[in-house]
Structure formats: C-alpha cells, structure tokens
Design a protein around this ligand. Structure first.
Ligand code: CMC
Length: 419
C-alpha cells in the first residue's frame, strides 16, 4: 500500500494514499486525529475529498466533464433529459423499453397531491419560485408519510416528476392563471414548457427547438460532483433524513448567487450594463477592484481553471438557436463583448477566470420567454437527478458516517462571568 510521510513537531507519521480511476491522488486522513492529535484546516473544503464517488468526473485544468464515464459532449444535445437523469440515478443509459417506462413513470408521478395544491394557493403572488420549490418539496413527506418504508424508486419518480409541475405552477400562481396539467404524450421538457405557457383558453404547441434547448440546458446542469448544494444533500441525508427534505436543502443551497443563483444575477448584470449605455468596459474594471464589491457574474469557478465545457456547449447552442429562430438580443452582444474583453485582460488571465455555465444560460431561457426569477428553478430541476444519485450513493456506501466536520477554536480561553 502506498503511503505518504507527515512530520509534525519532530515526529514522523505514515498516512495511506488512495487513487481514483483517473489517477487522482488522495491522502487518507481518517485516522489523523487519533494518531497525531491534529486536525486538517481547509476552509471551503477546496482540498478535501469528502467521499469516493463514481457519478461525475471533472478535470478542471483540461475542461473535462463526464457523467458515469460519458463525456458531456456525447450526451448534451443527443439525448432527452429524462434518459440522462436515468443514467445518473441508475448508472446506465436506459434501453428503449426502460426509457419509455421511465418517461411514463415520471409523467404519472408528476401530478401534485390535491391537498398540496391548497398550500400552493397560500403563497403570496410575488413569492420567489425558489422559495416555493424548496418549501413544496420539504412539504412532501407530510403528504406522503410512508417515506421510511415506501419503495425508493417511487419516491424518486415522485420528486423528479413533480419538480417541474411545482415549478410551472409557481409561475402560473405569480401571473394569476389557472394551473395546466401534464400529459403523458409529452417529454419532460415539453411538459414543463406547456404547463408554463398553455392556458385553458389556448393550447401551447411547444416549438421543437425550445424543447431541445431545454433538454440541453437540463442535461448540462444534471451533476457537478461535490459542489455546495450536492454536498448539502449528502450532509443532510447522512443524518438519515429522508430524500425529500435532503433535496429541499439542496435547493436552498443552490439559490445563492455564488452558486445556482448566478444565472439570475448574470441577466440582471447584463440588463444593468445595457441600461448604462452598454458600457461593459466600466464593469470589467469594477470587477477587478476588490473593494467595489462587484464581480463579473457567470465568470470563474472553484474547479475549472480552463473554459467550462458546459459554457462552451451553451455558447454554440445559443448561436445556433438564435440563427434558427431569427432572434437578435442586445444582451447576447454585451455578453460576448464582456467575454472577449475579459479573456484578453491580464487580471482574468492570471486568475484563470473563464465564463461558467451561468454566463450564457439566462440568455437562452430569455429567448424561450422564461422569466428571470425562474432561471435558478430550472437549474434545480436539472440538478435534482444528480442530487438523488449522490444521496443513493452516500446511503449505500459502507464508509458513510454522519457528516460532522471539526473546527479550530479561536475564541476566548476559559473565563468566568463577574457576578
Ligand atoms: N469576477 C472578478 N474576480 C473574480 C471572479 C469574478 N467573477 N471570480 C473570482 N474572482 C477573483 C477573486 O476576487 C479572487 O481574487 P484574489 O485571488 O485576488 O483574492 C480569485 O479570483 C479567486 O476567487 P475565489 O472567490 O477565491 O474563488 P472561489 O473558488 O472561492 O469562488 C466562484 C468561485 C464561482 C464563487 C467565484 O469565481 C465567483 O464568485 N464567480 C461569480 C459567481 C458565479 O458565476 N457563480 C457560478 C459558479 S458556476 C455554477 C455553479 O456550479 O454553481
């Protein structure tokens, strides 16, 4: 067994080394406290592997992303979202028969429990759809109380199936229109778009180009290994909390603007630059000044130190789709100017800051008439199968223990109150 030597205060220790299938090396510190008395210090967990996982592989230096071994380029735009969701959750792409059955299962499970619809009605009209989505999924164990004993596959189909219905209903609620029910003859993405835009008075025939674009977007979002929301799902689930509430916690973690909320923030930023006479250079300069509190949203990544492969696929898709439907969006021009200028700027070059997935996704959602507040909801819907895959992997892993990081205490030494 390969080991690594650690010298601490003059004493030498040997620590086991583990290696992943792609040659990633990890120092196994599970016995560190016991043998040396010391902890590791890693705020933000940038150097900590919290588990072994066989779901997603990322090489941030080379810009590689693979789901279950398949390069993202071989899946995105080539499969419907439901089949890639199946791959993530069950480990293999479905056979044609499994794909049909899974799609049917998802649609049959996409109806919201009628009593849950009543809660829905009590949200204020301007409620943020992320708040509605996380609350409704957290409420599911109240309506399906058999969560400890029920077949986990039924729970999975219910969460994946209902997420898009809850999302579309939150939009209908905000515009005061009646809810539209899902249909078994529509794909996952087409069902979502129809529930958003059809009304009892008028059918919405989902344009094929939008259905394919949404499939692509959801697939690009489906997993990204141990990010903030996925680690949250694993952490909550490690206490033996049920799948519904673990997923709801993931949605909350995703909402922040440094994570999934960045797509909404990017669009707001592009609109702000547009309103400011398209003066994008001013905002590049502002992003370089630390004390300005402004960052170029949709730029930078903890893991990618090269072009995010998801952003590359999205940029190509945006160009193709905009040509196909003949849209000209001034915000796309601003985004491209920002990108081009930033990639030539020493600040962004030195810090290896490239556009990430959120940089172009909002422009595509906007072309489909999806309101800005729904962008992170769509990120969540795409990410749910990935979170489920991690929750299952964590639960089935014999090495899983309740997640419980430590800390280095830096507060006051013992003292007594004056009485
Ligand atoms: N604009 C300007 N400077 C930046 C940016 C940016 N977007 N991102 C990072 N930096 C600078 C940062 O100030 C720091 O500089 P210094 O070394 O002088 O202190 C350096 O680059 C490293 O940044 P960091 O914040 O230490 O890196 P991190 O790994 O902790 O954060 C990040 C990663 C994605 C939160 C960050 O790049 C960021 O805030 N980006 C904008 C928000 C965004 O687009 N988030 C979406 C991420 S992709 C979707 C997802 O998976 O969540």
């Amino acid at each position: 067994m390969e080991t690594c030597k650690l010298t601490l205060r003059g004493q030498e220790y040997e620590l086991p080394v583990i290696e992943g299938t792609e040659g990633e090396i990890g120092i196994d510190i599970r016995k560190l406290k016991e043998t040396t008395g010391a902890l590791t210090y890693d705020p933000g967990y940038g150097n900590t592997a919290s588990c072994r996982s066989s779901i997603t592989y990322i090489d941030g230096e080379k810009g590689i992303l693979r789901y279950r071994g398949y390069p993202i380029e071989s899946l995105a735009g080539k499969f419907p979202f439901s089949q890639v969701a199946y791959l993530l959750i069950y480990g293999e792409l479905p056979t044609p028969e499994q794909a049909r059955e899974w799609r049917r299962e998802l649609t049959l499970n996409s109806f919201i429990h009628q009593s849950m619809v009543n809660i829905f009605d009590n949200f204020p009209p301007n409620a943020h759809p992320m708040s509605i989505l996380s609350s409704m999924i957290a409420a599911m164990p109240s309506f399906y109380p058999n969560y400890e004993k029920e077949d986990i596959n039924t729970i999975i189909a219910r969460i994946v199936g209902q997420a898009k219905t809850i999302a579309a209903y939150s939009y209908k609620k905000s515009i005061g229109e009646p809810y539209i029910y899902p249909r078994t003859d529509h794909s996952y993405s087409a069902n979502f778009l129809r529930m958003m835009f059809a009304s009892p008075a008028e059918e919405y025939f989902v344009p094929k180009v939008f259905e394919k674009a949404l499939d692509l977007l959801l697939i690009l979002h489906v997993d990204h290994e141990q990010n903030c929301s996925t680690s949250t799902v694993r952490m909550v689930g490690s206490s033996m909390a049920n799948l519904y509430v673990s997923i709801s916690a993931g949605i909350s973690a995703l909402w922040g603007r440094l994570h999934g909320g960045a797509n909404e923030a990017v669009l707001n930023m592009l609109q702000m630059i547009y309103a400011d006479g398209r003066n994008y250079k001013k905002y590049i300069e502002l992003a370089k000044k630390k004390d300005s509190g402004f960052r170029l949203m949709g730029f930078g990544h903890r893991v990618y130190k090269n072009y995010d492969p998801r952003a590359k696929l999205l940029k190509e898709a945006v160009d193709n789709i905009f040509n196909e439907i003949g849209i000209n969006d001034p915000l796309l021009e601003i985004a491209k100017d920002l990108e081009e200028t930033a990639l030539r700027d020493d600040y962004f070059i030195e810090k290896k800051l490239y556009p990430n997935i959120d940089f172009y996704s909002g422009i595509l959602y906007r072309a489909m008439n999806i309101p800005t507040q729904m962008f992170t909801v769509l990120f969540s819907i795409g990410r749910i199968p990935g979170w489920i895959a991690h929750w299952l992997e964590m639960r089935n892993d014999p090495e899983t223990r309740i997640h419980r990081p430590r800390q280095i205490y830096v507060g006051p030494k013992e003292r007594l109150p004056h009485i």
